[in-house]
Design a protein around this ligand. Sequence first.
Ligand code: PLP
Ligand code: COI
Length: 356
Amino acid sequence: MSEKWSHNKEGKIQQMEKTKTEWENLGFTYRKTDKRYIANFKDGKWNEGILTEDHTIVLNECAGVLQYAQTCFEGMKAYTTQDGKIVIFRPELNAQRLEDSAKRIHMAPFPKGRFVDAVIQTVKANVAYVPPYGSGGSLYIRPYLFGTNPVIGVKPAEEFQFRIFTTPVGPYFKGGAKALTLCVSDFDRAAPNGTGNAKLGLNYAMSLHGLVTANENGFDENMYLDSATRTKVEETGGANFIFVTKDNKLVTPKSETILPSITRRSLMLIAKEYLGLEVEEREVYFEEVKDFAECGLCGTAAVISPVGKINDHGNEICFPNSRTGMGPITKKLYDTLTGIQLGRIKAPEGWIKVIE
Ligand code: PLP
Ligand code: COI
């Protein structure tokens, strides 16, 4: 990628000059951008927080995050809208979820009141990397929090660092809008009363073996079932499920052990209020999955990615309306969600925060 800079008349850095193809061909990979935000928690309080160019972290060898995986994170995106503004989507919900995740593993939460401001500072400092409108790309924002002081006996750290970095991204799954093939996993993602509903690094570490195994067997991702009964649909390693019934109802699994996806919660409202669809958030038995017409994965990274097939130990379930790509209802949901995020469709009150 060519790294040319352009400055407008006031001398401010504008979006980085890249060819259309370069912006359109972004994958979901890390690329270092200019600045990241750092705040530290010590002696019971958070310091002021700064933006820095240093992308490295120096930690004590015995830091809580390194020894006992005491870390949580968020995933958000900044978009360029049709009229050239830079916006973020429902950031207060990420602030709340980061607080919930932090508390679940006894970390000092980063103050919710400061979270949105810190995100805005970081996006502004990297505005040159926000992909332009129409490229299909966005600036992925990764806030995260981790234990920094040495802990050798198993106990919570007392000092923490909160950071935010950004990286320009394209589609999460290679192949963009092509329908995915999943397999029903033999591994569990979350235990009853475990940490599946918090966004903790540990959940993702333990999903890696399942993911690699699925990929080695030719599948894009896993469908995890509830670990207690293995009868109900949970989610994948990085996204919630949506299903569409043959009579166009949106159905999405309700479970205490899945991540409360902000995308999924937004889609439920969009389905009801914008598309006039019936929405059911309820337990979804694996047994009934074969009867759905469309299936998709939803999340910040995944946006809505269509699922064509699910392989259950050799038995294939094929979704008639999303066999090769997005089904018609999923497509309407996708167009409305991205239309709201890109400023083409009026957003519900409070959903879009313009970065000024
Ligand atoms: N489920 C898991 C396990 C995830 O990692 C994510 C990604 O954040 C989601 C669901 C989707 O959540 P959201 O829509 O808030 O990005
Ligand atoms: C996100 O969607 O932001 C996530 O954190 C999921 C991860 C698999 C990239």
